[in-house]
Design a protein around this ligand. Structure first.
Ligand code: BTN
Length: 237
């Protein structure tokens, strides 16, 4: 694996995108801060502070689906292993912890460019506070654990899990990942509403393809990540 580390850059995701032909498989680009960090659906990913971890990994010639869920499992394992806390996996691409209510600690953005995949990961490590518009639903691992989080240690542990998980997934498929996701799924068995209320029902789990299963009026529907833009639950915890 080749590691390129910037102090500041527009976006690690966009750096890989614009240099894709000159970069080798498994190149990882890390930045201490980004001034145009992006999340899914064109959202801004606040990255001005060096307290967060912002990185992207290039995987060439990869067709495996559902890769983003496998990455989510690697992040889940990293947090569980390092800090002895059990986070939630918010399908399809986020990691949450629970403090009075579920709050996001990490997000994943997977983009395909021809036969290449760029996996972008943002983790809230040591932020003490967040911009007002997200302060209600974002949290850092430091705020959650009360301890300083080592960026280096987080990254190396993540890579250990990530490469093991990718290898395992390539040879054995999604089933083992499906169970980890099912067991740690945010909003499992809760009434959820997605896409501004156009999708509603009880979240029952994840199927063998990584789609979510939503129960409505006794029927189970399977929905893929492209069909769900935002998912919330108003049920009490
Ligand atoms: C999301 O939750 O919507 C996904 C957030 C992904 C953010 C990461 S930070 C590193 C990489 N560079 C970006 O501009 N975005 C991703």
């Amino acid at each position: 694996m080749k590691l390129i580390w910037f102090d500041s850059i527009d976006s690690t995701q966009d750096y890989i995108k614009s240099h894709i032909n000159g970069l080798s498989d498994d190149t990882c680009v890390v930045a201490n801060s980004q001034y145009k960090g992006r999340g899914r659906y064109g959202h801004v990913w606040y990255s001005s502070l060096k307290d967060g971890l912002y990185f992207s990994i290039l995987k060439k010639d990869i067709h495996i689906e559902p890769l983003s869920l496998v990455v989510g499992v690697s992040l889940f394992k990293t947090i569980k292993h390092l800090y002895a806390i059990i986070p939630f996996i918010k399908w399809p691409n986020d990691i949450y912890v629970f403090l009075e209510k579920p709050k996001k600690v990490a997000g994943i953005l997977v983009e395909k460019i021809r036969e290449n995949v760029i996996i972008g990961i943002g983790v809230n490590l040591n932020q003490e506070d967040f911009p007002q518009d997200i302060s209600d639903r974002a949290i850092s691992l430091k705020l959650f654990t009360g301890k300083h989080i080592s960026k280096q240690r987080f990254l190396t542990t993540f890579f250990d899990f990530f490469y093991d998980d990718i290898d395992y997934f390539k040879s054995n498929g999604f089933e083992a990942f499906r169970h980890i996701i099912d067991d740690n799924l945010l909003y499992k068995d809760k009434y959820i509403s997605a896409n501004g209320g156009r999708v509603q029902g009880v979240l029952r789990g994840v199927d063998e393809y990584g789609n979510i299963l939503v129960e409505k009026d006794g029927n189970i529907f399977s929905l893929n990540a492209g069909e769900i833009e935002s998912m919330i639950s108003k049920e009490m915890w």
